[in-house]
Write a protein that binds this ligand. Structure first.
Ligand code: SAH
Length: 229
């Protein structure tokens, strides 16, 4: 069974977005993963088909109604669906490479995209939604966050990336940022490729790369190093 993504959204036209292009798009076409969107508004009732309402207790903005969203979730992911139910949310567990790997190893994901001020807390609790954040900033909706999450996951699926090795040598895979890259021309605007990379000595090259990765991580993201938090 290939990885199955179902995205609940008020803007289904935003999908597959960039995931319809390049390697993810080819893999989608080839059936290495699948993507289905569910229009939340289809589960609204009443003359105006309202999906949102004013926040209880007052305040700015609107909140997604729990009843409408729950109907959409129940239709998209009936009981017994083994896939995790996720809610894109700035309050969520930060998306990391490790989380992307965990999801890629599973059967897929049901992903709810919030809008407005967010969603009614009762549907988060009642449907067991796991909140996931793509960073400490506020987007206007969960859709770009869902596309980011799926991008990180899909490229890890078997057969999606051309060169399997490149998936395991990247930033974060070994708890470090990646070393710098160079390619031809050998000299460009009076800048040369570091000699060691042209030496053909694989052990020296590996050790230089490791050293650069450690230096960059220390300089830019000391929080990634063991014992530094
Ligand atoms: N009022 C909320 C923000 C709502 S933004 C708060 O202050 O926490 C509207 C929707 O965009 C959210 O429901 C969520 O689905 C999505 N969103 C915004 N920022 C996000 C982020 N950093 N990560 C994941 N989803 C995000």
């Amino acid at each position: 069974m290939s990885f199955r993504a179902t995205v609940l959204t008020l803007y289904p036209d935003m999908f597959p977005g960039h995931l319809g292009q390049s390697l993810a798009g080819k893999a989608l076409e080839a059936g290495a993963w699948s993507l289905e969107t569910v229009q939340i508004r289809d589960f609204a009732t009443g003359r105006h088909r309202n999906v949102d309402d004013t926040p209880a207790g007052g305040g700015a903005g609107m909140v997604l109604r729990p009843d409408v969203l729950a109907r959409a979730i129940d239709a998209a992911s009936p009981e017994g669906d083994p896939r995790p139910r996720l809610l894109m949310s700035p309050r969520g567990e930060p998306l990391t490479q490790a989380l992307a790997r965990r999801l890629a190893a599973g059967p897929g994901a049901v992903i709810v995209c919030g809008r407005f001020e967010g969603v009614d807390q009762r549907v988060i609790d009642g449907r067991g939604l796991a909140e996931i954040s793509v960073g400490d900033y506020i987007l206007s909706g969960g859709e770009p966050a869902a596309l980011v999450l799926l991008d990180a996951v899909v490229r890890l699926l078997p057969g999606v990336m051309g060169n399997e090795a490149s998936g395991t040598e990247e930033s974060f895979e070994h708890g470090l940022l990646e070393h710098p890259h160079y390619t031809r021309p050998q000299e460009w605007e009076a800048r040369a490729i570091p000699d060691v990379l042209l030496s053909g000595n694989h052990a020296r090259i590996a050790s230089w790369r490791r050293g650069e990765a450690e230096r960059l991580t220390r300089e830019r993201r000391p929080d990634l190093l063991p014992g530094e938090k």
